[in-house]
Design a protein around this ligand. Structure first.
Ligand code: ATR
Length: 288
């Protein structure tokens, strides 16, 4: 890394493990493309060292970090403040260090998702949107959709978890339209006639279970026009292949992954991110 010198700014990724992350490639490609004297490094932090690691971020003068599993929630008590996005999603994926050493946390998943929808020409305001899943990815997606004025229905295998998600978001964004339904084939067949946009936030269909789909076999996609799958390995999930065969527009999760990273990059550098460079770096890592 011949560009590293006494003035290099450092950002990184804390998680456990971190070695399979695509973020170092994406962010460093962006720094190189812009000829910026910055570097993004993987920083493996075991859970019992998280507090010490956060102090280290401050002490070592890093500009910020991304945060991944298992620290996204655990890091919150160690930060000076978190943004309303992080509060709503109940997870931090980006930390920014101010000049005075103040650390604030935010979550760029919702912004990355909305940016990607926009990039694909998908409008959501006033639109009924069906979301499958109620885990961590769902919190970011549902929050983004509700804030953008969509009418969201959440369907999850464990209905109680969807109820909990909706209850939490109602406290953050009161007065918005949010429903919960179960995941039975008969219910989803009804919902497919009521919705034009379907979003999968579950892990069903992720590599290596590439033949699994969160959508029941044999019910079709009804009135659904666009299907978005937040999974990016594989690039074309079973759900997207089936939806494309039905005639739907289909969008995979790579764009959301890249754009959440691009939003972090923007927060640290204050510059507009080279999204296409980051996209290509991610594609190169995945071989797609
Ligand atoms: P993430 O942070 O990636 O969203 P998560 O919080 O573990 O991961 O959430 C995983 C989501 O996928 C949940 O909605 C989960 O449903 P449950 O809440 O019922 O567990 C869903 N999911 C995982 N495996 C599933 C399966 N085999 N069938 C249906 N839903 C599944």
């Amino acid at each position: 890394m011949s560009w590293i010198d006494g003035k290099t700014r450092v950002v990184g990724l804390i998680g456990w493990p971190v070695e399979h992350s695509m973020s170092p490639c994406m962010h460093n490609a962006a720094f190189q493309a812009r000829r910026m004297n910055w570097v993004y490094v993987p920083l493996p932090v075991p859970p019992e060292r998280l507090k010490a690691a956060v102090e280290g971020i401050r002490a070592l003068g890093l500009r910020g970090v991304n945060v991944t599993i298992p620290h996204k929630q655990a890091i919150i008590p160690y930060l000076d403040r978190i943004t309303p996005e992080a509060q709503a999603i109940a997870a931090v994926n980006t930390v920014v260090v101010e000049k005075d050493g103040t650390l604030w946390g935010t979550n760029t998943d919702a912004a990355g998702f909305m940016e990607d929808l926009r990039a694909h020409g998908v409008a959501v305001e006033g639109r009924p949107v069906l979301v499958l899943g109620a885990g961590g990815a769902a919190r970011a997606v549902v929050y983004a959709l509700v804030r953008a004025g969509a009418q969201v229905t959440v369907a999850n295998r464990t209905v109680g978890r969807a109820v909990e998600l909706v209850r939490h978001l109602h406290t953050v964004l009161p007065g918005r339209t949010l429903r919960v339904v179960d995941c039975s084939p008969s219910q989803l067949a009804i919902e497919a006639e009521r919705h034009t946009l379907l979003i999968n936030t579950t892990s069903v269909g992720m590599w290596p279970q590439v033949d699994a789909s969160p959508w029941p076999a044999g019910i079709g996609f009804g009135s659904i026009e666009t299907v978005y799958d937040v999974i990016y390995t594989p690039a074309r999930t079973r759900l997207l292949r089936d939806a494309a065969a039905w005639g739907c527009q289909t969008i995979g999760g790579l764009g959301m992954l890249v754009r959440q990273g691009a939003e972090s990059w923007r927060l640290w550098t204050g510059e507009s991110p080279p999204v296409e460079v980051m996209m290509q770096a991610a594609r190169d890592v995945l071989g797609v």
